[in-house]
Design a protein around this ligand. Structure first.
Ligand code: CA
Ligand code: CA
Ligand code: CA
Ligand code: CA
Length: 331
């Protein structure tokens, strides 16, 4: 319960801060409706996909010195006969709730993103909610690069990047949700290769590209560096070097298994939502951050462990109703 309390205090601080910031004399325009931006974004993304290609020939028949970097180009001139991205990318649809972008209208709007696996990778498969070690480059649809990792990869919390709200969710910084979605289609690199000088490198890592609408990005916001125009669809090139399975609340249930409805989104899985809503608290805690998922007063970890602290698999279900004890307040 201690973790939950800390989390609630953090959220309260954020909300108070948010209220204050409305008070500085600047008129804050309400964000546009999702139904307005979704079609605009789709049109501009499709136009991009019809007029651009990537260096698929190099990925198909890699030259000896190929660096496995995705290069995007326009279909014109010498490249007029290239196959456009629209014929090479896969699509997936996710639901965006208006609350996630700071609107309280209770709308849910389907959004489509486009992705491409240029190289699968030879290591472990990722999910879109684990800890990922990546290199990236982010672009706008006018091909401007707005940000990139250095040559060295960076660890990201793919789950936290999907946090809703225009500010943040608890201590989680709101980021581009679409950035995390590509991870589930890629695998990490193989075992690191140790060089003669003792340094090591990761080879055979996954390489992917994702293009998504602004509601999966910063929407009406401008990104962490303030250099992204409002309502920008975004493009990310991703090298997935390594993956660590996450258990954010350390309750013994891996984070990807706390996505109970299996939609890759963790903020709509909250087993004890009813009791959290009926408490005096203003905040709710999704399962992946909740150490007592069913709020029966027994920690999740204690409900899935034996006397020696080992996790019991499958998770115990004493009354055999198909709901494991840690999600069953009656058990
Ligand atoms: Ca979910
Ligand atoms: Ca909860
Ligand atoms: Ca939990
Ligand atoms: Ca419990």
């Amino acid at each position: 319960m201690k973790f939950k309390n800390i989390f609630l205090v953090a959220l309260l601080v954020v909300i108070l801060w948010a209220c204050n910031s409305d008070d500085n004399g600047v008129t804050i325009e309400p964000p546009k409706a999702l139904s307005e931006t979704v079609d605009q974004d789709k049109d501009s993304i499709v136009e991009y996909l019809e007029t651009h290609f990537y260096n698929y020939e190099e990925f198909q028949s890699p030259p000896a010195d190929f660096d496995y970097k995705i290069v995007l180009g326009k279909i014109e001139g010498d490249n007029a006969d290239k196959t456009p991205l629209i014929d090479m990318m896969e699509t997936e649809t996710v639901t965006v709730r208006s609350e996630e972008i700071g609107l309280s209208s209770g709308k849910e709007v389907e959004h489509t993103y486009y992705y491409l696996v240029a190289r699968q990778g030879l290591g472990v498969k990722s999910t879109s909610v684990d800890s990922v070690y990546v290199r990236y480059e982010g672009l706008l649809l006018d091909d401007t690069v707005f940000g990139a990792s250095s040559a060295s990869p960076t660890w990201f919390d793919a789950a936290g990047l999907k946090a809703p709200g225009s500010l943040s969710f608890g201590s989680l910084q709101k980021s581009a949700r679409g950035f995390s979605e590509i991870m589930q289609y890629l695998k990490a690199g193989g075992d690191p290769v140790v060089n003669a000088d003792g340094t090591f490198e990761i080879v055979d890592y996954g390489v992917g590209l994702i293009i998504f609408p602004s509601a999966l990005g910063y929407y009406s916001g401008n990104g962490p560096n303030g250099n992204i125009p409002s309502y920008s669809p975004m493009i990310f090139k991703i090298d997935l070097m390594a993956v660590n399975e996450a258990d954010h609340d350390n309750d013994g249930v891996p984070t990807h298994l706390e996505d109970l409805n299996g939609n890759g989104y963790l903020f709509d899985d909250n087993t004890d939502l009813k009791s959290e809503n009926s408490s005096t608290s203003i905040a709710t805690v999704p399962d992946y951050l909740d150490t007592d998922d069913d709020n029966d007063g027994i920690l999740t970890r204690d409900e899935i462990s034996d006397e020696d602290g080992n996790i019991i698999l499958p998770y115990p279900d004493t009354d055999g109703d198909g709901v494991p004890n840690y999600l069953d307040p009656n058990n």
